[in-house]
Write a protein that binds this ligand. Structure first.
Ligand code: SF4
Length: 238
């Protein structure tokens, strides 16, 4: 799995950010995650190895900006060249998750048109309130590949109004870390049934650290959170 983090650090904007893993990891290194900086990997999509090949191998999915938010205000100017690199590397697929879909249009490249074919934009919605705000925006934007992620899922969410053909999949997960809030299997299953009904692919990614099923609370170790979600057997491909 390739990652590209052109900038690092972020500002919290919604309930899902409360226990942000970027803050958590940075604090363990006594680093302030609210300081936003360009990274040494800013030009990674253009970088080559000594034998002249791209460091990011053609055909790879590149998980982009996972230690920040691609649409952060502080990165507005940096994003101009980031988009150029994304356009130039049409042999890669860039997967971008954001809590700032409402800032998508700022410094969008002039040749964006109805969207680059090599970009997926995935909007986070951790609560009903954030789904109701962000998803209509996502649906109305010119983006070729759209996805929804509910992680950390913090309550039951009705997504059905937004599960249209243009949504390629929905991913759901709990919260990790010592301060993790509860994720209830009933909420996960409820979104799964909405996806079945609307024929939108669904993936239960991970349980999070504190998972409630059948009224019982399970404390689940980090290394088991993905496999426990898989065991639920509720992934769905339309
Ligand atoms: S938007 Fe993402 S990276 Fe930024 S503070 Fe929130 S959870 Fe962390």
């Amino acid at each position: 799995m390739a990652q590209w983090n052109p900038w690092h650090g972020c500002r919290k904007i919604s309930a899902g950010c409360q226990n942000c893993y970027v803050y958590r990891i940075d604090s363990s290194f006594e680093r302030d995650a609210s300081t936003i900086t360009k990274t040494a990997a800013y030009n990674l999509p253009l970088k080559k190895t000594r034998n002249g090949k791209y460091k990011l191998t053609p055909g790879e999915t590149v998980y982009t900006c996972f230690t920040s938010d691609f649409f952060l205000e502080e990165a507005d100017n940096w994003r101009i060249d980031a988009w150029r690199m994304i356009q130039y590397r049409s042999d890669l697929h860039f997967y971008i998750i954001t809590k700032r879909i409402d800032r998508f249009g700022i410094n969008l490249p002039p040749d964006w048109g109805d969207g680059y074919a090599n970009v997926t934009i995935c909007s986070t919605c951790e609560t009903q309130d954030r789904a109701d705000y962000r998803l209509p925006i996502l649906l109305n934007l010119p983006i070729r590949h759209k996805a929804i992620i509910c992680e950390p899922l913090l309550e039951q969410i009705n997504l059905s109004s937004w599960l249209l053909n243009s949504i390629e999949n929905v991913i759901v997960g709990g919260e990790s870390g010592n301060e993790a809030r509860i994720c209830n299997y009933d909420w996960v299953y409820n979104i799964y049934t909405q996806c079945i009904e609307k024929k939108v692919p669904f993936h239960f990614k991970q349980t999070g650290a504190r998972f409630v099923k059948d009224g019982r609370l399970f404390n689940i170790k980090r290394q088991d959170q993905h496999s426990q979600a898989t065991k639920a057997g509720i992934d769905f491909c339309s």
